[in-house]
Design a protein around this ligand. Structure first.
Ligand SMILES: NC(=O)c1ccc[n+]([C@@H]2O[C@H](COP(=O)([O-])OP(=O)(O)OC[C@H]3O[C@@H](n4cnc5c(N)ncnc54)[C@H](OP(=O)(O)O)[C@@H]3O)[C@@H](O)[C@H]2O)c1
Length: 231
């Protein structure tokens, strides 16, 4: 077994997550390519090659998250980096006046509670080694400073993810575990659409940078293009 650091990237079978997983292997990490369907994880890990291995992980299913983290430990012997990339329920064009309980619940399940499930399962292992990096892939639409306000359930759930990032960073201060959020920008994926301005590699740049921060790196901040964005 190599002593390379080990990362898990959720929603890594396509889009920005696949590019993050690929980029982290290029930085020398072993990467658990996590996807809710094992076949998709297996195909993506094979695409990336060498240091990537597949893991089934549905962020809305607590048992799946726990098993996935255990699988990473079994396969790679450790876990150092968590990239909460999986996201969904982009309700672009919805009207906040008519949001249903289901809209909000679905958005929170995948964008807020899902990342928290992964963090809860992973943090004891990061703390045990006194080193870790947690990256929550969020969105400007979840900021008070720069939201464009067209995807209300999604925006509210990402705002909650931002606050979760800040809270966790405070609770993990001094432990060696750095926690940050980022916005990848508007990226050409199934979520972002074909007209988006950025490639997946461009969208993956800041998450990869945050996942590999040096020990004196920041914690408890939101980034875009490697620069701080106001919450
Ligand atoms: N694209 C943009 O312009 C943009 C802008 C700002 C922020 N973001 C954020 O960037 C992240 C990646 O987005 P993307 O553009 O790459 O989207 P995408 O192409 O739609 O990919 C979303 C990924 O999340 C996975 N996923 C959804 N629900 C899941 C669940 N319950 N458990 C595990 N995985 C799940 C999907 O898996 P399946 O293939 O199984 O569906 C897929 O791998 C998201 O957090 C998104 O909110 C994107």
């Amino acid at each position: 077994m190599s002593d390379a650091r080990v990362a898990v990237v959720t929603g890594a079978n396509r889009g920005i997550g696949l590019a993050i997983a690929h980029g982290l292997t290029q930085q020398g990490l072993r990467v658990a390519v996590a996807a809710r369907h094992l076949d998709d994880a297996t195909a993506a890990a094979a695409d990336i090659g060498g240091a990537a291995f597949p893991v089934q992980l549905d962020v809305t299913d607590a048992a799946s998250v726990t098993s996935a983290v255990q699988r990473v430990l079994d396969v790679a012997g450790g876990l150092h980096v968590v990239v909460n990339n999986a996201g969904g329920h982009y309700d672009d064009g919805a009207d906040a006046r008519t949001l249903t309980d289901d809209d909000l619940t679905d958005a929170f399940e995948v964008n807020t509670i899902g990342p928290m499930r992964v963090i809860r399962a992973a943090v004891p292992h990061l703390l045990a080694q006194g080193w870790g990096r947690i990256v929550n892939v969020s969105s400007r639409s979840g900021t008070f400073s720069a939201t464009w306000g067209t995807a209300p359930a999604y925006g509210v759930s990402k705002a909650a993810l931002n606050m979760l990032t800040l809270q966790l960073a405070k609770d993990l201060d001094g432990t060696g575990v750095l926690v940050n959020a980022c916005c990848p920008g508007w990226v050409r994926t199934r979520m972002g659409g074909d007209d988006a301005e950025r490639s997946v590699e461009e969208g993956a740049d800041t998450p990869i940078w945050l996942a590999t921060l040096p020990d004196a790196g920041p914690s408890g901040l939101l980034f875009g293009d490697r620069s701080v964005i106001d919450w």
